[in-house]
Design a protein around this ligand. Structure first.
Ligand SMILES: [Zn+2]
Length: 234
C-alpha cells in the first residue's frame, strides 16, 4: 500500500489501532498485544485460583452458595489497573477485556480451575447502557475466557430488567436491595445441570454478582462459579 494512502487511512482511524501499550503507552513490539511484556509481568495478580477460601470466594459465603471464585488481579485507585479498567469501560477498548480474559485462562488452566465449567455467563448491562456504551465490558472479558478455554458464552439468557442508579455511594445493604430484583433468567432449562462461570469486570461488594447468582439458582441442578477480572481493594 502506498505510504500516503496508509497515512491517510491511519489519520481516519479506520486502518490501524494505535499499537501502544494500554497501560504505559510504550510502543508494542511484534508479538505483544494490548500490553507490553513489562506491564504483563507487573500485573498485580491475586493467584486466588490456588486458594479455595480466597477473598473473592469469602464475599459470597453465607449469601449465595457457589462452587469457587477467583479474581485475576487486584484493583486499587492508584494502581495500574485503574487506567486499564477505565479504558475498558469508558474509552471504547473492548479488546482490553478480551485480552485480560485470555491471560487469566493461561493461569487458570494450569491449575485445572476451569475443568468442570460448561458455559460462561457475563453479568448483563441494561439495554439502554449497552446501547450507550456499544459493548458490555463483562461480555468482552467473557469472550476472552471463552476463546482461550473453548467454552460457550451465553449472553442472552440472563437479562438486566432495570437500569440501576449509580452504586458508588451506597452501602452494601443498599446496593443489594437495589440490584436484588434487577435480573431475570430466561430459558433456565438451557442451564439445567450445568456448571456455569459467572463473570464480571470488577468485584467490589459482590452485590451485583450475588443478585445474578440468585437469579441463576432458579435453574435445577445448576452449579455456579465466579470469576472477575479485578478485585477492588482499598
Ligand atoms: Zn506497558
Amino acid at each position: 500500500m502506498k505510504h500516503w494512502v496508509k497515512k491517510g487511512l491511519e489519520r481516519l482511524g479506520v486502518l490501524f489501532f494505535p499499537q501502544l501499550c494500554a497501560c504505559c503507552n510504550a510502543e508494542l513490539n511484534s508479538g505483544e498485544q494490548v500490553l507490553c511484556l513489562s506491564c504483563v509481568l507487573q500485573l498485580p495478580r491475586t493467584a486466588f485460583h490456588h486458594i479455595p477460601e480466597n477473598r473473592a470466594f469469602q464475599n459470597f459465603t453465607g449469601r449465595v452458595p457457589i462452587e469457587r471464585a477467583t479474581s485475576f488481579v487486584y484493583f486499587t485507585k492508584e494502581g495500574m489497573m485503574q487506567h486499564l479498567l477505565h479504558q475498558l469501560k469508558y474509552r471504547n477498548r473492548p479488546d482490553i477485556g478480551r485480552y485480560m480474559g485470555k491471560l487469566m485462562v493461561a493461569d487458570l488452566e494450569k491449575a485445572g480451575w476451569l475443568d468442570t465449567i460448561d458455559a460462561i455467563i457475563p453479568v448483563p448491562l441494561h439495554r439502554s447502557k449497552l446501547y450507550q456504551r456499544g459493548y458490555n465490558q463483562a461480555t468482552c472479558f467473557a469472550e476472552g475466557i471463552a476463546a482461550a478455554a473453548d467454552l460457550p458464552v451465553y449472553d442472552k439468557l440472563l437479562l438486566r430488567k432495570q437500569a440501576t442508579a449509580t452504586q458508588t455511594r451506597k452501602s452494601r445493604a443498599e446496593r443489594i436491595a437495589n440490584v436484588q430484583e434487577a435480573f431475570l433468567l430466561k430459558h433456565p432449562e438451557q442451564l439445567a445441570g450445568k456448571h456455569v462461570l459467572l463473570v464480571d469486570d470488577v468485584l467490589t461488594t459482590g452485590a451485583t454478582l450475588e443478585a445474578c447468582a440468585l437469579a441463576l439458582k432458579k435453574t435445577s441442578g445448576i452449579q455456579i462459579s465466579v470469576a472477575t477480572l479485578a478485585l477492588a481493594i482499598d
